[in-house]
Each structure stands twice: as structure tokens, then as C-alpha cells.
Design a protein around this ligand. Structure first.
Ligand SMILES: Nc1nc2c(ncn2[C@@H]2O[C@H](COP(=O)(O)OP(=O)(O)O)[C@@H](O)[C@H]2O)c(=O)[nH]1
Ligand SMILES: [Mg+2]
Length: 471
């Protein structure tokens, strides 16, 4: 036993030294994945993170910065020639304009490389000069992770699940009626397939607009350059007893399989499998505002999304993850500047509860996980106003719709997250005892001092958790 321990420690010691030494020559790379469902705040997060890593005056909780070890930070051409570059300059320009506005939403994967010159700590600090560490930030839609669920399902299984789910969603009636009228055994005709796919896509969009999270197949909502191609021109149909060759059913089935092979698989192989650290952004406040059904849907969706971080449990993923894994996963409730800071611990508790199933699974895979409430860009200030004989904690900002300043009390989150998640799970239609509203604020006009990035909430803690140990 004792020998084993000593031998173990020795090898580990040697590994550490080699790591550090080869690091000095090879320049280590951290691939940070940033994901979340549409409008969860990925673009704003990356823009503000990069701005605050370039100008670190507001990053006191990033230990390497507090210790004065970050000597320089700069943007570099990214290493992946076929992935679009994350348009940092344009997005920052939007946020810091004289009339600041939120950046346009993005539709596909993009990437950016930020390099940090860091003075090492510990044993080797006196021996070696500053090291360069590359941070490759990869932005990709969370919807694409949900497609993982398709890999282990046949077209018939997917069709049954999807039609069943659509029964309970607003905006699906037209499609369900159309599918009902369609005979899947008739000869395939392209225009029929187009009509079905278009109507199905409309239903997916309607579900998303109603606050539902799992609106797969992911590329139907964000088609990018695949718009109109056969891999995106299929839809779920009621299963026939048997389907002849050249029938609508057979061709739909073929296209569904092509979508898995040509769209889902390359994403997991080329992007997902190379990620070291991951942040999953969640607009929990938005879901709470939409109501119990949206919260329950978000909870399930988080469990599905996070299934992707347990490669051991999935034969399809295992093939890409030989010996690798995602080391850290941060679940961040975004837009926390909509709440007075006294409510932040409650939002974090809700975030923890929402992702509990998912977190347990991810931990199973050995990843270090944490939940946090953050605002990538702080668009509000806090204000306490007298109201009905007591003090009300409000946030104040410029309303997006009217451009007017307003103070706003979003409703008190419950101390116990079960008071939200319980009714949601039990199928409640509305929140009984309270109302949650969300205002949309415009980004505040900024006057930044030299060396300061845009104001945020806990972005430095998020950065410390995600990359601090490697700096
Ligand atoms: N108040 C506030 N709103 C935010 C913040 N981050 C994102 N938003 C809002 O959420 C919207 C979607 O953000 P975006 O980054 O484009 O989401 P993406 O689709 O995940 O890339 C923005 O247009 C803003 O209205 C934040 O930190 N504070
Ligand atoms: Mg985006």
C-alpha cells in the first residue's frame, strides 16, 4: 500500500513537471465552450469576458490578476480556419456605442483566440520567464447539444416522441392537423416534404416563442448555410404499418438519418469533443417569467443538454472522447442585473435546483461543476423605494421599448427553489401566489476609465472558476 502511494505521488510529481516544462515550449491551449439556448446571453457573455480580460480593472476575483501575474492579453488569429471568427469588435461596438444596443443574435458556431502572458507561480516561477496561454473561446448553440438525443433514436421513435410532445404545446395544432391528413405511404413528392418541414418549423418556432426550451432538431431553428437543403427538409409523421420504397415515410426516414450523419455527428466530432472547459448560460429569469410550463421544460432540457457531458454513458460520444473529458462546467444564470443583489442567492439556488439532475450526472463523469448568478453586462443600478409602507428593492435602467428610465421590482423569488420547481413539475398553469415580470433594459451608456472593461456582475468569479487554475 505504502509503496503504491509513494510510486503514485512520484509519477504524479513527474507528470506535473513535464506539464509545466512542455507548457513553456508548447504554449498550452484552453478550449472554453460557451453554450446556452437561443437568447441565453452567449454573445454578450463572450464580448464582455474578452473585454474584461483585455482590460482587467474590474476582475479582482480572478486570482492571477489580483496577484499581478497577468502581464499582457491580446487577441490573435484563431487556429481553426474553417470556423467563423466571433465578431468581437462589432459586438463590443454595439454595446459601447453612444447609443448602446444589444448585439444581433448569432446563428452558428464561432470562435476567438485570446492569449494571455502570465508569470507562473510556485516552484518554477523563478526559473522560467512568463508563459503564454491561449484561450480559445467557442460559441455554439445549446440547441445543437439537444440533437444528441436523436443519435440513439430511429426516425420512428423520434416521430412518436415529437408528435406526442407537440400535443401539449401551443402553436402545434396546424402541424398536427397536417400530419394527420398526410398519408406517409404515398409516393414521395418534394413539395409535400417542403410544406411539412415548413409547417413543422413554424410549430417549433411557436413553441420556442412560448418559452419552451427543447425545440429540436436544433438546426431547424438555426439553419445557417443548410437552409432549404434536404437534411433540413423532413418532419415527424404518424407511423404507417409498413411503408413501400419511394414513399414519403421512407424518404423522410432517409433524410432524418442524413441529418444525424451530416449535421449532428460532425458537430460533436469537430467541435464538442475538443472542449476542456464549459460554461452553460441559462436565462432562468426569462423562463420563470414565461410560467411553470417553461420552467419545467427548462429543467428537463438542462438534464438533456448535460447528458452530453457524460460521454461514458453514450456509445456515440465515447468514440470521440478517448481519454478526454470536459474538466469544469459552470452553470450560470444570466441577466442577474434584473434583480436586486439581495435576490441573487435565490436565483443561484434556483439555478442549482434546475440543474441538479444534470449536475449529478456531470459529476459522475469527473467534471468539477458550479452554479452562479451573473450579469455579463450590468444594464441597471439598484434603488430602494418606499412602497405601501415598506421599502422595495428595485433595479433601475433604460427600458428597451421606450428608451425611458424606470425603476422596477421584478417580484420576489422564493427562498426555497422547490416553491417554483414543485408546481412546475406538477403541471401548474400559472404561479399561484406571485407574479414575476421581466423588463427588457437597454445596455447603459458607458464611460470606461482606461484599463476598465464593461461593468458586470461576478464575471471575474466565473472566469476564475473556468480558467483560474490554469493561469
Ligand atoms: N440586462 C442584461 N441583459 C442581457 C445580458 N446578457 C444578455 N442580455 C439580453 O439577452 C439578449 C440575448 O443575448 P445574446 O448574448 O445575444 O444571446 P445568445 O443568443 O445566447 O447569443 C440580449 O439582446 C439582451 O437583451 C446581461 O448581462 N444583462
Ligand atoms: Mg449569440
Amino acid at each position: 500500500m505504502v509503496f503504491g502511494t509513494i510510486a503514485d505521488t512520484l509519477t504524479r510529481g513527474v507528470e506535473n513537471v513535464t506539464d509545466t516544462l512542455s507548457g513553456a515550449f508548447l504554449e498550452p491551449v484552453i478550449r472554453l465552450g460557451v453554450t446556452g439556448l437561443a437568447r441565453s446571453g452567449k454573445t454578450v457573455f463572450i464580448t464582455s469576458l474578452v473585454a474584461n480580460l483585455l482590460d482587467r480593472g474590474r476582475m479582482p476575483q480572478l486570482m492571477a490578476e489580483a496577484e499581478g501575474r497577468i502581464l499582457a492579453a491580446y487577441l490573435q488569429p484563431q487556429p481553426d480556419d474553417t470556423v467563423p471568427r466571433f465578431d468581437y469588435e462589432a459586438h463590443l461596438g454595439d454595446l459601447t456605442a453612444r447609443d448602446p444596443h444589444w448585439p444581433e443574435s448569432t446563428r452558428a458556431v464561432s470562435e476567438l483566440r485570446l492569449s494571455l502572458k502570465v508569470r507562473p507561480t510556485g516552484l518554477l516561477s523563478g526559473l522560467s520567464g512568463p508563459r503564454t496561454i491561449h484561450l480559445d473561446i467557442v460559441d455554439y448553440p445549446g440547441e445543437w447539444l439537444l440533437d444528441l438525443g436523436l443519435m440513439e433514436r430511429s426516425y420512428a421513435e423520434w416521430t412518436a416522441d415529437t408528435l406526442d410532445r407537440m400535443q401539449r404545446r401551443p402553436g402545434s395544432d396546424d402541424y398536427l392537423a397536417l400530419a394527420e391528413r398526410t398519408d406517409p405511404t404515398v409516393d414521395f413528392v418534394e413539395t409535400d416534404a417542403r410544406t411539412l418541414a415548413a409547417e413543422f418549423t413554424r410549430a417549433l418556432n411557436a413553441a420556442r416563442d412560448a418559452g419552451f426550451s427543447d425545440c429540436t432538431p436544433g438546426r431547424f431553428l438555426l439553419p445557417g448555410e443548410l437552409a432549404g437543403s434536404p437534411v433540413l427538409t423532413f418532419a415527424p409523421l404518424p407511423a404507417p404499418g409498413s411503408a413501400p420504397r419511394k414513399s414519403l415515410w421512407r424518404e423522410m426516414e432517409r433524410r432524418y438519418e442524413a441529418y444525424k450523419r451530416e449535421v449532428v455527428k460532425p458537430f460533436f466530432r469537430d467541435h464538442f469533443s475538443r472542449i476542456d472547459r464549459q460554461v452553460v448560460l441559462v436565462d432562468a429569469l426569462g423562463a420563470i417569467h414565461s410560467g411553470p410550463a417553461a420552467v419545467e421544460d427548462l429543467r428537463r432540457t438542462m438534464a438533456d443538454i448535460l447528458g452530453a457531458y457524460r460521454p461514458g454513458g453514450n456509445a456515440f460520444l465515447t468514440q470521440f472522447f478517448t481519454g478526454r473529458r470536459v474538466e469544469k462546467i459552470l452553470f450560470a444564470a444570466t441577466k442577474a442585473d434584473h434583480l436586486h443583489h439581495t435576490q441573487h442567492p435565490r436565483l443561484t439556488a434556483i439555478m442549482e435546483a434546475l440543474t441538479r439532475d444534470a449536475r449529478d450526472r456531470a459529476r459522475f463523469a469527473g467534471a468539477d461543476t458550479q452554479a452562479m448568478s451573473i450579469a455579463s453586462i450590468r444594464a441597471t443600478t439598484e434603488q430602494t423605494l418606499p412602497h405601501g409602507g415598506r421599502d422595495l428593492d428595485c433595479v433601475r435602467g433604460t427600458l428597451l421599448e421606450t428608451g425611458k428610465q424606470a425603476a422596477f421590482h421584478p417580484g420576489e423569488l422564493p427562498e426555497d427553489p422547490a416553491h417554483l420547481l414543485g408546481p412546475a413539475r406538477d403541471g401548474a398553469r400559472t404561479w399561484l401566489d406571485r407574479d414575476y415580470s421581466v423588463m427588457r433594459f437597454a445596455p447603459a451608456r458607458l464611460t470606461l476609465k482606461p484599463g476598465e472593461g464593461p461593468p458586470h456582475i461576478r464575471l471575474d468569479r466565473a472566469a476564475q472558476f473556468l480558467i483560474g487554475d490554469r493561469l
